[in-house]
Unconditional design. Structure first.
Length: 520
């Protein structure tokens, strides 16, 4: 539809919305406004209070040298139209971050500056802590979680919770709490999950919908410690590395969860996917035979009927700083070729091919861990890590992911955190903040394909404005001719980029280009 055809409707809509909002302002009392917390402090709202609505971070068209972004604070929703305000979401809202918890100490206030929809709590719900003896539930250990979930709901963040850690009495390979559950205890785990979703699910005040089962289960017992936070359902002696057994567990647990809460979204815990066993070789592209075999885990899950007993699969994807490449980045497990890249397209493509082979090409995919890893905390690490963010997220929209979760707000492991341990923002944080201001309220349009040597994605920001995120395919500089509806270009930090006539150079670091819809 020609954008000009929207204009009259848009004007009328604007008048109606303005009238409604003015009436709403009168309905918001002084007492309500007085309850707003100081910056950086969280307030738990009563459960019947509508969630505050984030102010859209629309970008002003300024004449300065840096993009001016809208505020990131929240305002109370008018009480007479909570559902309209709460449901105003973009069509592809995949932005998210991982943090220890939805609290000040977990950098939750800082996460709210990023325009996220999803918050993944990396501190798990440990089955062994809640049910140390079968049938005896110690819900008090989740008291902190309950407070955090109220925090998340009060500001409109969708929580993703991870469940793992098998108790002693249910371990299939003692003493591995990260390992498989005994077959005769599958029903006991299902009982636990039913209790969990009935207590915290979509019909409760906590409104949790996304439940991850395990974390990186495609890691074998014996490779990691017994209480590892990732793994360890992998079986080196099994042709499918333990994946079929995991799928058989899902056959028992999934129907029980969905019966208890039909709105629950059951997610297979993020796969590490260290290697593609169908195309990679040892040691050229896969480090060792153990890692090569781990690539069979997903197919094993599908053979074990896991695809019919899951709502979504999850993949973890990490880049690696490599300054010898023109792209400055490659995939941590060699999923990309010598040109470098994020590896996201290759990993998701691998999973989708298997899903199609087993009759589930439509099964949604999230990536709940994504970031660039480095071996030392150098300036290059932060600079390339910042560039990795808009590229990976643009690719994520192009891959039609349900969620893409940056890992994590704070972590110095491989120097991939958005903040230092003292909460000082890194360049990665600033880049995510700029990206969030541009992508929080958009509609994804599709790939930008008209330029040789350039990759990118297009987004609709409003009825009159659209956005490109572009980068060089090979890491080399390429000059493009800008269209007549060009408004401006800016880098990953929001700095406006100069143009030469109607030309702009695109290199390894992604560039944002704003355009108006052409009057044609």
């Amino acid at each position: 539809m020609d954008p000009r055809n929207y204009r009259f409707s848009f004007v009328i809509l604007g008048i109606v919305v303005a009238t409604v909002l003015l009436a709403g302002c009168a309905a918001v009392t002084t007492d309500t406004l007085a309850t707003r917390p100081p910056a950086g402090q969280l307030t738990v709202l009563p459960v019947d209070t509508p969630a505050p609505t984030p102010i859209p971070n629309y970008t002003d068209l300024t004449d300065g040298g840096q993009v001016s972004f809208g505020p990131t604070d929240t305002v109370p929703s008018p009480t007479f139209m909570p559902h309209l305000m709460r449901d105003f979401r973009p069509q592809a809202p995949l932005l998210g971050v991982a943090m220890e918890g939805f609290m000040d100490a977990g950098a939750f206030p800082q996460a709210l500056e990023l325009g996220i929809r999803f918050g993944r709590r990396w501190r798990d719900i440990a089955w062994r802590d809640v049910e140390p003896q079968q049938g005896s539930y110690q819900w008090g250990v989740l008291a902190q979680l309950e407070t955090e979930l109220k925090n998340a709901r009060s500001v409109g963040v969708t929580p993703i919770l991870n469940v793992q850690m098998t108790p002693d009495w249910a371990q299939g390979v003692p003493p591995y709490s990260c390992g498989p559950i005994r077959r005769d205890k599958f029903d006991a785990f299902a009982d636990f999950m039913v209790q969990l979703v009935q207590r915290y699910g979509s019909t409760t005040e906590y409104n949790v919908r996304y439940w991850q089962i395990a974390n990186e289960p495609d890691v074998a017992v014996g490779i990691v410690p017994p209480d590892s936070v990732f793994g360890c359902w992998g079986d080196l002696n099994d042709p499918y590395y333990g994946g079929k057994y995991f799928g058989e567990m899902l056959q028992v647990v999934y129907p029980r969860i969905k019966a208890a809460d039909p709105n629950a979204v059951v997610v297979m815990g993020g796969l590490l996917l260290e290697c593609d066993p169908y195309t990679m070789t040892v040691p050229e592209t896969c480090q060792n035979d153990e890692r090569l075999k781990s690539g069979y885990f997903l197919e094993g899950v599908l053979i074990g009927k896991g695809a019919e007993n899951i709502d979504m699969i999850d993949i973890h994807n990490y880049g690696l700083l490599d300054m010898t490449l023109a792209a400055r980045m490659t995939d941590y497990y060699n999923w990309v070729g010598p040109q470098g890249g994020t590896g996201l397209t290759e990993k998701v493509g691998f999973a989708r091919r298997l899903l199609e082979q087993y009759g589930r090409p439509d099964l949604p995919i999230m990536v709940s861990e994504v970031a660039l890893k480095c071996e030392e905390p150098s300036d290059d690490c932060q600079e390339v890590g910042a560039a990795y963010i808009p590229r990976a997220y643009a690719e994520g929209y192009g891959l039609n992911l349900t969620a893409l979760i940056y890992y994590a707000m704070i972590t110095e492991f491989k120097y991939k955190g958005l903040l230092l341990e003292d909460f000082t923002p890194k360049k990665q944080f600033e880049a995510y903040k700029v990206m969030g201001s541009q992508l929080s309220w958009v509609e994804h349009v599709g790939a930008v394909t008209q330029f040789d040597g350039i990759d990118g994605q297009e987004f609709k920001q409003s009825f009159v404005r659209r956005l490109w995120i572009l980068w060089s395919k090979d890491g080399q500089d390429h000059t493009i001719t800008l269209p007549t509806d060009f408004v401006r270009a800016f880098d990953k930090y929001g700095n406006v980029l100069p143009t030469t006539g109607n030309e702009l150079t695109i290199g390894w670091s992604p560039v944002y280009i704003q355009l108006m819809y052409a009057n044609e």
